[in-house]
Design a protein around this ligand. Structure first.
Ligand code: NAP
Length: 339
C-alpha cells in the first residue's frame, strides 16, 4: 500500500520532508500541500517535481479524501490547531516539534487523542532514530555499564541568528535533549535548575549564552547539559552516561582521522542539518510503515506533552533561579511506555 500524504507547512523542513517522503523513502506519495504562503507552496510543488495539488487551507488538506495521513511542518504556534483537526478527522499525523507551544495546548492534544480512542499522533523528535543514540541505548539497556548514575551532555552550535533570543535555547535547542534523555534512560524528570554563568562575547544582546541545565530523574539520575549556541567551533552534540561500572558515550559522527602538518585530529560538523540527517530518513520510514499498520511507533503525544511541561519548568527555573519540581501527572495507560 502507498500512504498518500498531505503536507501542511512548506518551509525549510516541510520541503525536506516532502522530498524525502515522495522521492527517497518507500511506500509514500505526497498528494496535497498547503502553506500559509500559497504561492510559495505552488512554486515548491512544481519546482520539486512532486506536482502535488496545492490546496487553499490546512483544513482542506486534512479533509481531502485521497489524503491518508498528514505531516505538520508549519510554524510552532499553528501546530496545536492543525493536530487537533487531524485527530478530529481520524487521520494519522506526524507533527514536527513542538507538539504545541504550551504544555496546556499539548495536554489538549493528549486529551483529544484519548477521547478519540486511537493513537494517531507522532512528534518529530528524530534523535531517537539516530544510529549513535540507538547504539548508546542498546548499551545501557544491556547493562554494560551497570545502572546509569550521571549524564554529562552538551548541545553546542557555532552561531544562531539575531531572531534566536531569550528562552529559545530551551524551547528550540534543549527540547531535543529533554526528549532523548527520557527515552535513553527509560525515566522521567522530577526537578530542574538552570544556571546562567559568564556570557560569551559572541552571543548577541538578546541571548544569554551558554547556560547549564541540571535535571534530576525519578531514579535519581543527575543530568547536566551545557547549551552553548554561539560556540563558534562547531555543531557538537555530546552525551556521556556514567554508570556503576563504566562510562558509555554517544559515538562521534564519522570523520576521517588525520595526521597532517604536525597535527592529528578530525573534523567537527558546522551545520546542524547534517548531524541528524540520516535519522530523519529512518524516522519517517518507520512512521510510514507504522502508519500503514495502524500504529504509532515513535514519540507520541504524551512524549510531546512531557517535553512541553519540562521546557516550561526549565524556563521558570531559569527565571526564578530556583531548583523547581517538574510536576507530571501519571502517564495514562493509553500511552503505556514502549521502552
Ligand atoms: P519555516 O522555514 O519557517 O517553515 C514554516 C512554514 O510554515 C513557512 O513556510 C510558513 O509560512 C508556514 N506556515 C506558518 N503558519 C502556517 C499555517 N498556519 N498553515 C500552514 N503553513 C504555515 O520553519 P522550519 O524550519 O521549516 O520549521 C517548521 C517546524 O519544524 C518548526 O516547528 C520547527 O521547530 C520544526 N523543526 C524541527 C526540526 C527537527 O530537527 N526536528 C528541524 C527544523 C525545524 P511563512 O513563512 O509565510 O510564515
Amino acid at each position: 500500500m502507498t500512504l498518500r500524504i498531505g503536507i501542511i507547512g512548506c518551509g525549510g523542513i516541510g520541503q525536506e520532508h516532502a522530498r524525502r517522503l515522495h522521492f527517497k523513502l518507500a511506500g509514500a506519495q505526497v498528494v496535497a500541500i498547503n502553506d500559509i504562503n500559497l504561492a510559495a507552496a505552488t512554486q515548491f510543488s512544481e519546482m520539486s517535481g512532486i506536482q502535488a495539488r496545492v490546496l487553499d487551507s490546512d483544513q482542506a488538506v486534512i479533509d481531502a479524501p485521497d489524503v491518508d495521513a498528514l505531516v505538520v511542518a508549519s510554524w510552532g504556534p499553528a501546530h496545536e490547531e492543525q493536530v487537533l483537526a487531524c485527530i478530529k478527522a481520524g487521520k494519522p499525523v506526524f507533527c514536527e516539534k513542538p507538539l504545541a507551544v504550551t504544555a496546556e495546548g499539548a495536554r489538549r492534544i493528549v486529551d483529544a487523542e484519548v477521547q478519540a480512542g486511537k493513537k494517531l499522533v507522532q512528534v518529530g523528535f528524530m534523535r531517537r532514530y539516530d544510529a549513535g543514540y540507538r547504539a548508546l541505548k542498546a548499551t545501557l539497556d544491556a547493562g554494560t555499564v551497570g545502572d546509569a548514575l550521571l549524564v554529562h551532555a552538551a548541545h553546542r552550535n557555532p552561531a544562531v541568528p539575531e531572531m534566536y533570543v531569550g528562552d529559545m535555547s530551551i524551547t528550540d535547542t534543549f527540547i531535543h535533549e529533554i526528549d532523548v534523555f527520557r527515552w535513553l534512560l527509560n525515566d522521567d524528570y522530577v526537578s530542574v535548575q538552570v544556571i546562567e554563568g559568564r556570557k560569551t562575547r559572541n552571543a548577541h544582546a538578546g541571548l544569554h549564552d551558554p547556560i547549564t541545565v541540571l535535571l534530576e530523574t525519578r531514579q535519581g539520575i543527575r543530568i547536566d547539559t551545557e547549551i552553548y549556541v554561539a560556540c563558534r567551533f562547531g555543531y557538537d552534540i555530546q552525551c556521556h552516561v556514567v554508570g556503576e561500572t563504566g562510562v558509555a558515550s554517544l559515538p562521534e559522527p564519522m570523520s576521517v582521522p588525520l595526521r597532517s602538518n604536525a597535527r592529528q585530529g578530525s573534523g567537527i560538523l558546522m551545520d546542524w542539518k547534517l548531524r541528524f540527517i540520516d535519522s530523519y530518513d529512518v524516522e519517517l520510514q518507520d512512521w510510514i510503515e507504522a502508519t500503514v499498520r495502524g500504529e504509532v511507533n515513535g514519540p507520541d503525544a504524551w512524549d510531546g506533552y512531557v517535553a512541553s511541561v519540562t521546557a516550561e519548568a526549565c524556563i521558570e527555573a531559569r527565571r526564578t533561579k530556583q531548583i523547581l519540581p517538574i510536576a507530571l501527572p501519571e502517564r495514562p495507560a493509553f500511552y503505556a511506555r514502549q521502552g
